[in-house]
Design a protein around this ligand. Structure first.
Ligand code: FNR
Length: 364
């Protein structure tokens, strides 16, 4: 039995030890120079606190409401593909851990367990993430299956008209396993000798023509609310509201798509200001500490999503590892709230933090 990690970063090291290099590289890597990958984490580190003292924090409450669902903390599980590469139980183990923590899980379109397997594995609030394929009938079928299986929202990922250039995967000739969701519909087993098989698969299937007018089509195939994932600018946030989305995820896909996009935490406030409270804004990318979650909430996010830490927990210790990752982040957030004088989430304000932009003003 390996040692018990005391923070999320320690799970990454255990995952590295547990996984074949090809899979660890797939999970941990980003696009091209991996500038944004680093920046997603480092931008959080440049935000400092302005804690308030002598506030009664003898009782803290982290509970919130996400799309009408009451949850004990503002943390959700981001959609990440192919959990069976991390652990033999795959997304079912992740779902059980999420359910044990009453945490909303967003199941990836590219999951290795089927939509139905995950749904029947345990009770829990789950959303389903969707890519639109050139073969729209496949996307429509998957959305229908998710809706029938009790998923509560569609998370439409819009930052991947094509797959970003992930050089580790190209070098490793990353193999995409057959994805059970698509059995009988399309083969996900592409064998290309040149570079990443995943990229070859995506090139053949993802619909690069997808545009704002197609949101009506997505709406026409489901009665579920649609959250749009992958917005980084005020312009697109406004468009998203115009087409009637139920929520926005500020995301750069964990730095796996366009390199040199800003860290998500750096553009969160721009999006929040454009949205003016009309729909909830969520954020993911680089969240590794409870302090990061606090900073995101202070900048206006209603909740955060975590991607890699979940996969690292799963690879290191299966279902238990995912549970520990969620618990650690929640415990750290709770302590951060106590130490900064915020007993409830609604007590967290913009004044509790200091970004680089604020610093000259504060130094005067
Ligand atoms: C992802 N992400 C992702 N997003 C999505 O919409 N569908 C998907 O299938 C995947 N797959 C995926 C695989 C892996 C290995 C990673 C690391 C990421 C992006 C994911 O939802 C999320 O945006 C980022 O992971 C958030 O950044 P952190 O928490 O990993 O830093």
């Amino acid at each position: 039995m390996s040692k018990e990690p005391v923070n999320v970063n320690e799970f990454q090291e255990l995952a590295r030890q547990a996984l074949p290099k090809m899979y660890y590289d797939y999970y941990s890597g980003g696009a091209e120079d991996q500038h944004t990958l680093k920046e997603n984490v480092e931008a959080f580190q440049r935000i400092l606190f302005r804690p308030r003292v002598l506030v009664d924090v003898s009782r803290t409450n982290l509970s919130t409401n996400i799309l009408g669902y009451s949850v004990p903390s503002p943390v959700m599980i981001a959609p990440t593909a192919m959990h069976k590469l991390a652990h033999y139980e795959g997304e079912v183990a992740t779902a059980r851990a999420a359910a044990a923590c009453n945490t909303i899980m967003v199941l990836s379109y590219m999951s290795t367990c089927t939509v139905e397997e995950v749904a029947s594995s345990c009770n829990g609030i789950r959303f389903f993430q969707v890519y639109v394929y050139k073969r729209r009938d496949i996307t429509a079928q998957l959305v229908l299956r998710a809706e029938r299986s009790g998923y509560k929202a569609i998370v439409l990922t819009v930052d991947a008209p094509r797959l970003g250039r992930r050089e580790h995967d190209i070098k490793n000739k990353m193999i995409a396993p057959q994805l059970k969701n698509f059995e009988g519909l399309i083969s996900t087993k592409v064998t290309s000798d040149e570079g990443s098989n995943l990229q070859a698969f995506a090139d053949g299937t993802f619909d690069a023509s997808l545009s704002w007018k197609d949101i009506d089509w997505v709406k026409s195939i489901t009665t579920l609310p649609i959250i749009i994932k992958g917005v980084l600018t005020r312009e697109d946030a406004i468009k998203a509201m115009e087409v009637g989305v139920a929520g926005i995820v500020v995301s750069n896909h964990g730095a796996r798509q366009l390199d040199y996009t800003p860290a998500t935490i750096s553009v969160l406030e721009e999006v929040v200001q454009a949205v003016k409270g009309r729909v909830p804004v969520f954020v993911d990318g680089g969240i590794r500490r409870g302090t990061d979650i606090f900073k995101a909430l202070a900048l206006g996010a209603q909740a955060v999503l975590i991607g890699r830490p979940v996969v690292y927990g799963l690879a290191a210790k299966g279902e238990y590892g995912v549970r520990r990752v969620i618990e650690l982040l929640k415990d750290e957030l709770e302590l951060t709230m106590a130490l900064s004088g915020c007993p409830r989430l609604k007590d967290i304000t913009r004044n509790h933090i200091m970004t680089e932009r604020d610093r000259p003003r504060c130094m005067l």
